[in-house]
Design a protein around this ligand. Structure first.
Ligand SMILES: [Zn+2]
Length: 348
């Protein structure tokens, strides 16, 4: 079968790889219907982190179950399923605590040595704990909601988790740092699911701002750094935002998050800190901040979000603004790297 392969920084190709097969009795094999490129795939593409040449790419996919191992009971061949970007058994203590990304038997799709989502099919370990079947199957689904379902594999749940960690609730005022797909989904989750009244999106790109406004951002601040902090303070009566979502993970974005949080406020951080921001403890200590952070346990939110998408009450699909065939995956990476695309979908 065909799959995306990391060759070197700046080079992702499509090549022939062995068809996935069942290895463990808890496995499933899923034929991919839609996949996509994640902002986090760009870390290796940009050479910020090392990745072995020849490793498979992608951790976001939806598809149809082709085969299941003898121990799998919750999905069957033919089921249309959404997979979170990590697999988990959903039964161990970490999973029961809702931290499925720290599962005792978990792992990440597209990590070196595993199948990536950017391919024609994927071996899914821990299928029972990982996959969520879409009622009605692929035949019962309008193609128009495929982008929304695909967004649930990572960015929709990750953005929502940032808002949850930031303590967003009905009537909250929230600042969101990051206008990538995750930041935009934090806006959507904060407004539509958690009931925030006011969402200030830090964004300076017109295409992203437009999606942010459509998702419910009430204010947009283009300034960054100290100017951005000052603008958010001005919009919040000089006090700062009670809730701040950090969806970037750089030293600059962390400085902004701490700087714009109101005394006693909460910061929810879901931007992976690959560039090693150094968090000085004194400013958040002085400001009485509560800081929550971590890779989002998207599986926790998945059943509820699938229902909402099917009901037509939650649509993160507009984060996708470009679709290319899998064979053109190099174009997808280039478009996202050059910020010509917020998020690019791969159609099989
Ligand atoms: Zn587990």
């Amino acid at each position: 079968m065909r799959a995306a392969i990391h060759q070197a920084a700046g080079t992702v190709t499509v090549g022939d790889v062995p068809d996935p097969t069942l290895v463990e009795p808890t496995d499933a094999v899923v034929r991919v219907v839609r996949a996509c490129v994640c902002g986090s795939d760009l870390w290796a593409y940009r050479g910020v982190i090392d990745r072995p040449a020849g490793s498979r790419m992608g951790h976001e996919f939806i598809g149809v179950v082709e085969e299941v191992g003898p121990a799998v009971t919750t999905v069957r061949p033919g089921d249309f399923v959404v997979a979170p970007f990590q697999w988990s058994d959903n039964t161990c203590p970490a999973c029961r605590d809702g931290i499925q990304v720290r599962c005792d038997n978990g792992g990440t799709f597209g990590a070196p040595g595993t199948d990536g989502g950017q391919g024609e099919a994927v071996r899914v370990p821990q299928a029972d704990g990982t996959l969520v079947a879409v009622p009605g199957g692929l035949a019962g689904i309008d193609d128009a909601i495929l982008p929304a379902l695909l967004a649930l594999t990572d960015v929709a749940g990750t953005g929502l988790h940032g808002a949850v960690l930031a303590g967003v609730e009905k009537g909250s005022t929230v600042a969101v740092i990051g206008d990538g797909a995750v930041g935009l989904c934090a806006v959507l989750g904060a407004r539509q699911l958690l009931g925030a009244e006011r969402v200030i999106l830090m964004s300076r790109h017109a295409d992203r701002t437009a999606v942010g406004r459509a998702f419910g951002a009430t204010d947009v601040v283009a300034e960054r750094g100290e100017e951005g902090i000052a603008a958010v303070r001005e919009l919040t009566g000089g006090r700062g935002a009670q809730h701040v979502v950090e969806a970037v993970g750089t030293p600059e974005s962390w400085d902004m998050a701490i700087g714009m949080a109101r005394a006693g406020g909460r910061v929810g951080a879901v931007g992976v800190p690959h560039t090693a921001p150094q968090l000085s403890l004194f400013p958040p200590f002085r400001q009485h901040l509560t800081i929550g952070m971590g890779v989002a346990p998207v599986r926790r939110y998945l059943p509820d979000l699938v229902e909402r998408v099917l009901a037509g009450t939650f649509d993160p699909g507009p984060v996708f603004d470009l679709t290319v065939p899998l064979e053109s995956v190099a174009d997808a990476y280039a478009a996202m790297d050059q910020r010509r695309s917020i998020k690019t979908m791969l159609a099989s």
